[in-house]
Design a protein around this ligand. Structure first.
Ligand code: MF3
Ligand code: CO
Length: 249
């Protein structure tokens, strides 16, 4: 069942998502060769304390950190560690908060130092695909319009869409209905209505879409070891079209 949000609830979700966006923006500014993902997680915890928000992922199904840091062939749910980043890495930062009962959730993938042309093309195509998907988040469209809008340009660029993980509704829970696959058929699926708030999060692989979970129970990696990128925004469907609540200012 999809929970529709009233305008005042959307404003509360905007507040939570703006805090997520601000913290991701600050973290992005700290990404450079030599920094460890553990240090980024500590900084994230410190910023969360300062802004009086509760990191949403910490403790979620036992996940032990505030931040997910997925490097190179790690797709999502990578765990912060004391391994320093090196130039040429790509790093996905996925972060969520709960503020006054409402969740925010967003992710970015950033280059570390100088990255290959192929890596930088992967980041551009994935982020552009997310924005194509967001443009379809309007009342009267169907969920399949969002899914197809991200799938088509990504596959045309020669990359693949991860199947095993999807986006989600968000509100007073981190994960609500509907599930939002990043592949699908235009015109299919539920009709989008004003008041839906959707976390759209394409995960795009350089090679095959196949992924597996490491023995740590969390880290999702590409089976072929090639790169993966992940971008996520929380978006409200309004009478006036899509409203990106997690936009980095
Ligand atoms: N953005 C991801 C999601 O919506 C992050 C979840 S990480 C977890 O599922 F640790 F909370 F699972
Ligand atoms: Co999410």
């Amino acid at each position: 069942m999809v929970i529709l949000k009233l305008p005042d609830e959307i404003e509360k979700l905007r507040t939570s998502n703006l805090i997520v966006a601000e913290i991701l923006g600050e973290l992005r500014g700290r990404v450079r060769p030599g920094v460890t993902t553990g240090e980024l997680n500590s900084f994230c915890e410190e910023l969360s304390r300062k802004k009086r928000v509760k990191p949403a992922f910490k403790g979620y199904k036992g996940y032990p950190f505030a931040l997910c840091t997925s490097v190179n062939g790690e797709v999502v749910h990578g765990m912060p560690s004391d391994r320093p980043l090196i130039s040429g890495d790509i790093l996905s930062l996925d972060f969520g908060v709960n503020y006054k009962g409402f969740y925010g959730d967003a992710a970015i993938t950033v280059p570390v130092g100088v990255v290959s042309d192929e890596a930088s093309r992967l980041l551009k195509v994935t982020e552009a695909g997310l924005h194509d998907a967001i443009r379809q988040a309007r009342a009267g469209n169907r969920l399949g319009d969002i899914s197809a809008a991200v799938q088509e340009p990504v596959e045309s660029a020669g990359f693949s869409i991860v199947r095993d993980f999807v986006g989600h509704g968000i509100g007073r829970s981190l994960h609500e209905d509907p599930q939002i696959p990043n592949y699908g058929v235009r015109g299919r699926g539920i009709e989008l209505k004003p008041g839906m708030v959707l976390a759209i999060e394409p995960m795009v692989n350089e090679g095959s879409y196949e992924v597996q979970v490491l023995p740590d129970g969390w880290t999702v990696v590409t089976t072929d070891g090639k790169l993966s990128a992940h971008f996520e925004h929380t978006v409200a469907v309004t009478e006036n079209g899509p409203d990106i609540l997690s936009r980095i200012q």
